[in-house]
Design a binder for this molecule. Sequence first.
Ligand code: NAD
Length: 442
Amino acid sequence: MTTETALLTTAAAQLSEKISNKTARVGIIGLGYVGLPLAVEFAKAGFSVTGIDLIQPKVDRINAGDSYIQDVNPADVASLVAAGKLRATTDFSVVAELDTINICVPTPLRKTKDPDMSFIVAACQEIAKFVHPGLLAILESTTYPGTTDELVLPMLSSSGMKVGEDFFLCFSPERVDPGNPKFQTRNIPKVVGGVTAACTELGALFYAQALEHVVPVSSTQVAEMVKLLENTFRMINIGLVNELAMMCERMSINIWEVIDAAATKPFGFMPFYPGPGLGGHCIPIDPFYLSWKSKQAGIEARFIELAGYINGQMPHFVVEKVQNALNDRGKAVKGSHVHILGVAYKRDIDDVRESPALDIIHLLQRRGAKVTFSDPHVSSIRIEDGVLTATDAMEEIAQADATVIVTDHAQVDYQPIVERAALIVDTRNALRGYNAANVIRL
Ligand SMILES: NC(=O)c1ccc[n+]([C@@H]2O[C@H](COP(=O)([O-])OP(=O)(O)OC[C@H]3O[C@@H](n4cnc5c(N)ncnc54)[C@H](O)[C@@H]3O)[C@@H](O)[C@H]2O)c1
């Protein structure tokens, strides 16, 4: 079916009209790091937006005009809720009244590194009860190529409605970069691919109402693969520099200086930096969705497995560095006090999901160290034995046998830290330019 023919169906034409004049009722399913900023962006663009989440306290906070996501300004939520443009609910039956829904639920890995599709399946089971003519559904959760066609489409078609004619289905990868002040939901180009050409056209029209730049692609599979290419590219390049960092250590070469000098090449090189290990909901996880799917297609994703292995070694490498540095000073890890400076998985955010700090703390505790932490964005973390609460950074650093910079938050003043710390292992090159004897770099 061509785009023109498909758009002639009554359902498509009516939906197109509602999207263009912003009377379409927008629904966002899953109000987390991805869903809440998206809901706010569409509400700001003038749409009436309903967020659906399973967690009542999140729903209550939004309806009270508050935000629990760092990148979403509570004042924006408050004014949109007051204006009747944004509301939240736990009740999926509202889907019956909505014209569009974006699915932004988690896609974690199982312990076996297989995709955990249970959140997508649970959301689609609920949506399926309320699919109606003229509904545009867009999956945004990162997933393996084929998910939209093979898993979501059969569930949403179960009522007998035809995709591309009665209802419309797309995949659009979310590219949000939490804590990035320059690129946010509104100005990050949005890739979208539909099951049919009409689906793509409606999906692209929808995003164009609220976002600056839309990139339509020919299928849901292409759109799914785009996200996996982007994140696999990062994961493998980080794996490469992490391996180079381990090589440079053996050869007493400063990896940071090497990368800075290589980055002066004006073409054909893009700098990636080593670190204590991968973190967050995306880079450590998404590539394994691709390797799982490619295995089914008979191809081993060897780059992914290798980079996953190397990146997974980094917390051990950091702990070895701490141990060696303490040994050089006549101390053992066992019984030493090690302070972790920064536990978020990256700079200037409060998210500790998959953070390498958690592994480093665990490994140090296993070796008998007394571990404390501080982080301007995180007040407590869950560890194996319970909860660890943040302590005062300067007090702890002055007393600790070693301090490990795991996250280089911009607001930290490093000068007094270098002056007071007995020993600092810097995994982020936060102490670039400091040549003090107590500073050890990755
Ligand atoms: N966080 C990021 O930086 C980022 C970036 C790009 C893509 N993604 C992808 O976006 C997706 C969502 O990630 P996130 O970081 O927003 O996750 P999140 O955990 O912050 O938010 C997900 C929300 O979905 C809700 N939820 C779970 N099951 C539900 C259901 N059946 N019905 C309704 N709500 C449900 C949860 O309560 C939670 O509020 C994932 O696939 C992730 O890989 C995340």
